[in-house]
Design a protein around this ligand. Sequence first.
Ligand code: AMP
Length: 191
Amino acid sequence: MINLVLFGSPGAGKGTQAARLEEKYDLVHISTGDVFRYNIKNETPLGKKAKSYIDDGRLVPDEVTIDMLHSEVQKNNGAKGFIFDGFPRTTAQAEDLDQLLKSMNSQVHAMLALTVDDEILVQRLLKRGETSGRKDDASEKIIRKRIKVYYDQTEVVKSYYQKVDKYYEVDGIGSVEEITDRLSEIVDQFT
Ligand code: AMP
């Protein structure tokens, strides 16, 4: 298996790049944000638990997120590997992912972090909000809060992977194709 974590602030381009890498390397793409939004749309118990956090730009509690991630991984038994997009966002989630993959005799091979200047992120997300229909993209206040949550709660996950030499930073500014090429140079080391 090859397991990749795509990392970066909201709006860094994780979803776009994950979809491209999914196809290129035949991996299963799990976006925790997408799974939550699907559940909110379908008014499932999970969606009801997650909605208020997401609309407000806060993280969904770890135990809810971790349970959901486990069931998504289990649904894809036999996959060649996974691209985790938007997970882990806390150290507890990173520790849990290690345990989960270990139980499958595997591991995280690389964390690929897309770097983009904060003001560009705000502009990108406001633009995305014109068409995404996402409440959390619709207001600059919530967008800035999500970026702050990233710095306060999520950025520490970077050092978690740095310590084990699995952290790779990629410039997230450029064309979609250029950024896929930059990411592929790293992923190719593991294929
Ligand atoms: P995203 O689509 O990755 O931007 O995620 C949208 C929202 O879903 C986030 O702002 C959080 O409220 C929630 N979310 C997604 N992934 C996680 C996670 N790993 N931990 C906690 N909350 C999450």
